[in-house]
Design a protein around this ligand. Structure first.
Ligand SMILES: Cc1cc2nc3c(=O)[nH]c(=O)nc-3n(C[C@H](O)[C@H](O)[C@H](O)COP(=O)(O)OP(=O)(O)OC[C@H]3O[C@@H](n4cnc5c(N)ncnc54)[C@H](O)[C@@H]3O)c2cc1C
Length: 428
C-alpha cells in the first residue's frame, strides 16, 4: 500500500516504535530484535507491563473466573533482557509527516518504522442503561474477576450476544449460576461462524442445559428496579436480572488514528506486507484489516495465531526483509458448555460449489464440507473433534483432493484419511 519513502539502509540505528503490548506487539518486538541486534525498539502499552491475555479469559470459562490472570510473557524482565524498552503509556496520536507518536502525557517519541498493534475492545451498544454498575463486559481477565465477584448461584444473569465471546462467557457463567438468559439479535447463535443447522444444534444443546436462548431479539433499554435490573426487549418482554453481560462483539482500537492519513475501514487497512497506506507504518493483530486467503477481501481476523503471524511478517518488513502474508485464514474452534464446534474458511451459503454433509442431530453431530473444484473451501463441524486438525490443514493449505473429493462427498468423516493421503504421504 504505502510507497517507500525511506532510505533502505537497515541494520543499525533504526528506531522501531510498537504501539500495544499484546501478543502482536510483543512478537513483533522479539522478531525485530532477532533480525536487528542494534535497532532501538520501544513498545508502548497502555497496560502496566504486558497486556493480560484475553485468551486466558477463555480458559477461565472452565469455571475458575477468579484465577490469577496470565500475561503474554510470564517473565516481567523478558523485554528488558532483549534491550527492548517497554513504556507504560497511551498513544494518543501519530504524526505520519513528522514520524512521531504523541503519548497521553504529551511526550513525543520519534520513529523510523511504527507498528500499530492496539488490538480491539468490546462494542458498547447505544442503549439506555448500558453504564449501570450491574452491566459488565467479558473481555479481559479483570472483567472475568469482576463478574465472578457479583454472580452468586442464585443470581439471574442476562447476556446480550451469542457470538464467539458470548459463548465463552456463557460457559463461565453457567458454572456460577443456574439462571442464565441469552438475547441475540441474529436469527441463530454464532451466526458469523456457523450455518443454520450447526447454530441450531448449539442452541438446543444450551437449552437442554437450562439456558434460555432468545434469538432474533434485542435488548433496547435497561433500568434499575431496586437492586435488580429491568431489561426491555424489542418485542415488549421485560426480563428482570441481577447482572447484565454485554457480549455484543469487538471493534479495533483505531480511533486515535483519525486525521493521521492512515487509511481505515473497521481496522487499519494493510497490504500483504502488513504495511498501511502510509509508508513505514505497519499494523498487525486485531487492529489490522488484512487480506483474507481465498476471497482476497480485507477482514479483521481476531484470533491470536493470526495476530502473531501478522506481527512476524510486519516485523520482517520493518527490518528490511521483504515478506508477504499469504492471507489471513478464518477459523474458530469453540467449546460451548462442553459442545465443540469449528468453523473454517468460506462455509457460507453460496460459497464454493458442491457441498457434502453428515447430520446426526440426536447426538449433536454435524459436518458440512464446501468444495471449490477439487479443493475444500470451508467447513462447519459440531461434535466431531478428531477431524478438526485435518480439516484445517486441507482448507488452509488448499490441498488438491484428486480422487478423495468423491470419497469425501460420500463419506465426509474421512477427512483425516484424505489429509494423510493427499498431503502428508503424497509423493508427487
Ligand atoms: C474473551 C476473549 C477470548 C478470546 N479467546 C481466544 C481464543 O481462545 N483463541 C484465540 O486465538 N483468540 C482468542 N481471542 C482473541 C485474541 O485475544 C486476540 O486475537 C489477540 O489478543 C490479539 O492480539 P493483539 O496484540 O492484536 O491485541 P490485544 O491482545 O488486544 O493487545 C493490544 C494492547 O494494546 C493496548 N492499546 C490499545 N490502544 C492503545 C494505545 N492507543 N496506546 C497504547 N496501547 C494501546 C490495549 O489496551 C492492549 O493491551 C479472545 C479474545 C477475547 C476478548
Amino acid at each position: 500500500m504505502g510507497t517507500a519513502r525511506f532510505p533502505l539502509s537497515f541494520g543499525s540505528g533504526m528506531r522501531h516504535v510498537i504501539i500495544g503490548s499484546g501478543p502482536a506487539g510483543v512478537v513483533a518486538a522479539e522478531t525485530l530484535r532477532r533480525l536487528d541486534p542494534s535497532a532501538e525498539i520501544t513498545v508502548i502499552g497502555d497496560k502496566a507491563g504486558f497486556a493480560q491475555s484475553t485468551v486466558r479469559t477463555a480458559s477461565r470459562s472452565r469455571g475458575a473466573l477468579d484465577e490469577t490472570p496470565s500475561c503474554v510473557r510470564s517473565d516481567a524482565d523478558h523485554l528488558a533482557r532483549l534491550r527492548i524498552e517497554l513504556r507504560h503509556s497511551r498513544v494518543k496520536a501519530i504524526d505520519t509527516a513528522a514520524c512521531s507518536v504523541t503519548l497521553a502525557d504529551g511526550r513525543v517519541v520519534p520513529y523510523d518504522r511504527a507498528l500499530i498493534a492496539t488490538g480491539s475492545r468490546p462494542v458498547r451498544p447505544a442503549i439506555v442503561g448500558i453504564d449501570l454498575p450491574q452491566v459488565f463486559t467479558c473481555w479481559t481477565p479483570a472483567d472475568a474477576q469482576a463478574i465472578a465477584a457479583v454472580v452468586s448461584p442464585a443470581a439471574h444473569v442476562l447476556q446480550m450476544g451469542a457470538g464467539f465471546i458470548g459463548c465463552i462467557a456463557m460457559q463461565a457463567l453457567a458454572a456460577h449460576t443456574a439462571r442464565l438468559t441469552v438475547v441475540e439479535v441474529r436469527e441463530r447463535m454464532l451466526a458469523h461462524l456457523l450455518d443454520d443447522v450447526a447454530g441450531g444444534l448449539i442452541r438446543r444443546w444450551c437449552e437442554d442445559q437450562g439456558v434460555r436462548i432468545c434469538t432474533g431479539r434485542r435488548v433496547v433499554a435497561v433500568t434499575r428496579s431496586g437492586e435488580r435490573l429491568r431489561a426491555e426487549i424489542d418485542d415488549g418482554e421485560i426480563i428482570e436480572a441481577d447482572v447484565l453481560i454485554n457480549a455484543t462483539g469487538g471493534q479495533p482500537n483505531v480511533a486515535f488514528l483519525a486525521g493521521s492519513g492512515i487509511a481505515l475501514d473497521r481496522g487499519v487497512l494493510v497490504d500483504a506486507a502488513m504495511q498501511s497506506s502510509v509508508a513505514g507504518v505497519y499494523a498487525a493483530g486485531d487492529a489490522a484489516e488484512a487480506i483474507e486467503t481465498g476471497t482476497r477481501r480485507r477482514r479483521v481476523n481476531a484470533i491470536q495465531p493470526d495476530a502473531v503471524e501478522q506481527a512476524r511478517i510486519a516485523a520482517l518488513n520493518m527490518a528490511g526483509h521483504p515478506a508477504l502474508l499469504p492471507g489471513t485464514f478464518a477459523y474458530n474452534i469453540l467449546d460451548t458448555l462442553g459442545l465443540v464446534s469449528a468453523s473454517f474458511g468460506q462455509w457460507q451459503e453460496g460459497a464454493g460449489g458442491e457441498t457434502a454433509q453428515l447430520l446426526e442431530a440426536a447426538d449433536y453431530r454435524y459436518l458440512r464440507l464446501v468444495f471449490s473444484g477439487d479443493r475444500l473451501l470451508g467447513a462447519n463441524s459440531v461434535g466431531y473433534t478428531e477431524q478438526i486438525a485435518a480439516l484445517r490443514g486441507l482448507i488452509q493449505e488448499r490441498v488438491s483432493l484428486g480422487e478423495w473429493k468423491q470419497r469425501l462427498s460420500a463419506a465426509p468423516l474421512q477427512v483425516t484419511e484424505a489429509y494423510l493421503a493427499r498431503r502428508l504421504l503424497a509423493t508427487d
